[in-house]
Design a binder for this molecule. Structure first.
Ligand code: WTA
Length: 677
């Protein structure tokens, strides 16, 4: 039996211990007003109508040139959608709303500090600011379609403005989460060969004004010759809150350049549907992050249609997605989807529990937020802070969404009762950076909810669970397998930036029936998650089957963490495993062994420091165990499964076939001694 199948069996056992929850119908008042409130939508998107059924979604957008072919599947798995069509994402998110809704607020920007005034930006303001910035990017930096720009920006209005300015010019943006280290940012600048880095001097997070430009400066210093300029926004007009000196001529203040472009207008560049809109880096099973390369027409179609039917957004809504725009959730469900639908959103700079766990609810009351979107981690943190607190506020949510990890039924019920007043619909959406938007979720006005299960597949999406041998696992068998999507869909990434071969290998090779086949039916997409399907067709997602750790909804590659450990001089071997945590869901724990002649002394602290420096504080391990040796198979493969069982005090199963079974007992005793277990 392979290591991964043993893992999954364990997952399956865990899953089977979960009580199968009953279905919960959405309230009638919700159904009446929902954008999708009839099973018709599943019929309109039935498999015999594929791929033409997706034209309906593409028509939610304005195209400057209509498409000629819905799906070009001549060269699987490099599918292209709405071919022949031309459109501009910035036009669809801004210009088309100006007539009639120019005065409507696009974003209410709420700073972390409660004493700093909020700022509401209308669609007309957004138009002006995006155009002026597009003029700077084009005139001052000579950026043109196809060029890459890395955005290293916090959750302030500048981030969506910069994204849309890039989209206006056909420049490919690559946003890097602001919590990442300078080095992680540099890796992404170099991989994408970005010409410009756009950043900010500082921002507020966790009650502090963080110096951000020191990290951006490090990123610029470590980047290849590709980087020509840094454009630096200032968090407070006219002030500069960074220790890093601006370096002429490389670094320029955004406000100074924008002052020269007041009132500038830049015509939206007509982009081909299959042209790249952005890159979003995500962790893989090797140390090198992969740039998910998303298209303009297919991606925007998917983000818009799912915002409409899953989030149930209407033009009159005030909506708040608490994710960070530096991740895919923010791209699809703060920026592109909601703006394409002309919705008003809250954009919040801060952390949800600063200065206290009532902060989100004060914001919700102030702006009358009705549709709310967050992660299970945030829900768990709010629940831990004070389970009764939300009841003190006047919350009237119609719809609440989660994403990023499985949500435990207990947490689900608290979310619905304490925050949703027992009335809101809860939508648990399963998808990935690579998929562009939701794939498995209930349609809140059509399909009933089921705590702990993401739901059935969306209309037009046809999943299958395969076992190790490639046979489909039938629903209701209580057996887990690898979840795959049988058919192409518009939101899927085009490829991995610069690495078509890795794209095919990672997502398609495993279950491909014939590498020469030109039939999409032979190319199921491997998501990399384990899943179980119950008899009623609902999917329960069990987590990653590969070596990716999902911390608080952030994906970290085991290999990335291990390679950071190995940069500590004393460390000879490192294994990083995921351990369950009541708040974060999962946290990394590191096992390192030392080179001969080195003492353990500061190694634990050095490893933590190095991980934080190279990846960022989100990757901070819960513990570092300095051990003599790590358990390995005879072929030298580190048995992370055994280590994670040890970390969690579980049974390791049979270890007699390992190359070094004795180390298991040694480590177990160490852990018991040090944790008093
Ligand atoms: C996990 C986030 C269970 C899953 C949009 C997936 C989930 C990975 C859910 C993608 C969910 C996401 N239930 N697990 N509703 N949503 N995941 O690329 O393991 O940051 O493969 O995209 O998160 O993470 P990513």
């Amino acid at each position: 039996m392979t290591e991964s199948s043993t893992n999954r069996e364990q997952d399956a056992t865990i899953a089977a211990h979960w009580r199968e929850e009953a279905l919960i119908e959405p309230p009638a008042v919700f159904v009446r007003q929902a954008n999708a409130n009839s099973v018709d939508i599943y019929e309109r998107m039935s498999e015999d109508k594929f791929p033409g059924c997706f034209d309906e979604y593409a028509r939610l957008l304005d195209w400057s040139r209509p498409w000629e072919r819905t799906l070009d599947d001549d060269r699987p798995p490099f599918f292209r959608w709405f071919v022949g069509g031309e459109l501009n994402a910035s036009y669809n998110c801004i210009d088309r709303h100006l007539e009639g809704a120019g005065d409507k607020v696009a974003f209410h920007f709420v700073p972390e500090r409660e004493d700093e005034p909020a700022r509401s930006l209308t669609y007309a303001d957004l138009y002006r600011e995006v155009n002026e910035l597009a003029a700077v990017l084009r005139e001052d930096f000579g950026l043109k379609r196809g060029d890459r720009v890395t955005l290293y920006l916090p959750m302030t209005l500048e981030l969506p403005i910069v994204m849309l300015a890039c989209a206006r010019l056909g420049v490919i943006h690559s946003a890097v989460f602001s919590g990442y280290s300078g080095q992680a940012c540099a890796d992404r600048i170099n991989d994408s060969q970005s010409r410009v880095l756009i950043t900010m001097d500082a921002y507020y997070r966790g009650g502090k004004l963080l110096d951000h430009n020191v990290k951006a400066e490090e990123a610029a210093r470590l980047s290849d010759d590709c980087l020509e300029h840094c454009l630096v926004f200032r968090r407070h007009a006219g002030e500069y809150h960074s220790e890093a000196p601006m370096q002429a001529p490389r670094d320029r203040f955004a406000d100074e350049l924008l002052a020269e472009r007041r009132g500038a207008e830049v015509a939206p560049e007509p982009m081909r549907s299959e042209d790249t809109l952005f890159l979003m880096y995500t962790s893989g099973t090797t140390g090198k992050p992969k740039g998910a390369q998303h298209s303009t027409g297919g991606y925007l179609t998917w983000a818009t249609a799912t915002s409409k039917y899953v989030l149930d957004l209407k033009p009159g809504d005030v909506y708040w997605c608490m994710a960070d725009i530096g991740w895919i959730t923010g791209h699809s469900y703060i920026v592109y989807g909601p703006l394409a639908l002309g919705v008003t959103s809250v954009l919040f700079e801060g952390a949800p529990t600063v200065p206290d766990a009532g902060r989100p609810w004060r914001i919700v009351e102030q702006y009358g937020v009705e549709v709310f979107h967050t992660s299970p981690t945030a829900v768990r943190a709010l629940r831990k802070a004070d389970p009764d607190l939300p009841k003190q506020y006047n919350l009237k949510f119609r719809s609440m969404t989660t994403v990023g990890e499985p949500i435990e039924p207990e947490v689900w019920h608290w979310y619905r009762d304490a925050i949703g007043g027992g009335e809101a619909v809860i939508t648990d959406t399963w998808w990935q950076t690579e998929t562009g938007g939701h794939l498995i979720t209930t349609l809140p006005g059509v399909t009933p909810m089921k705590p702990g299960s993401a739901g059935p597949a969306l209309p037009g999406i046809y999943p299958v669970i395969y076992d190790e041998e490639g046979s489909p696992v039938q629903p209701g068998q209580r057996r887990a397998g690898n979840i795959c999507i049988r058919n192409p869909w518009p939101g899927r990434m085009l490829t991995i930036w610069g690495d078509d071969e890795r794209f095919v290998r990672t997502y398609y090779e495993r279950y491909n029936r014939d590498p020469e086949s030109r039939d999409w039916r032979d190319w199921p997409y491997l998501a990399g998650d384990g899943a179980i399907q119950s008899e009623d067709g609902y999917y329960r997602i069990l987590g990653r089957i590969d070596d990716v750790i999902n911390v608080a909804g952030h994906r970290l590659g085991t290999k990335e963490l291990e390679s950071a450990c190995l940069t500590v001089e004393a460390v000879s071997e490192a294994a990083v495993v995921a351990v369950h945590d009541p708040v974060k869901g999962v946290l990394p724990e590191a096992y390192v062994s030392l080179k001969p002649g080195y003492a353990a002394e500061t190694v634990g602290a050095d490893v933590v420091g190095r991980i934080v420096e190279m990846i960022g504080p989100i990757a901070r391990p819960r513990r570092v165990w300095v051990v003599e040796d790590v358990p390995k198979t005879r072929s030298g493969k580190i048995m992370r499964r055994v280590l994670s069982a040890l970390s969690e005090g579980r049974d390791t199963g049979d270890v007699s076939t390992l190359a070094n079974p004795e180390v298991v007992e040694t480590i177990r005793r160490r852990i018991a001694d040090e944790t008093g277990g």
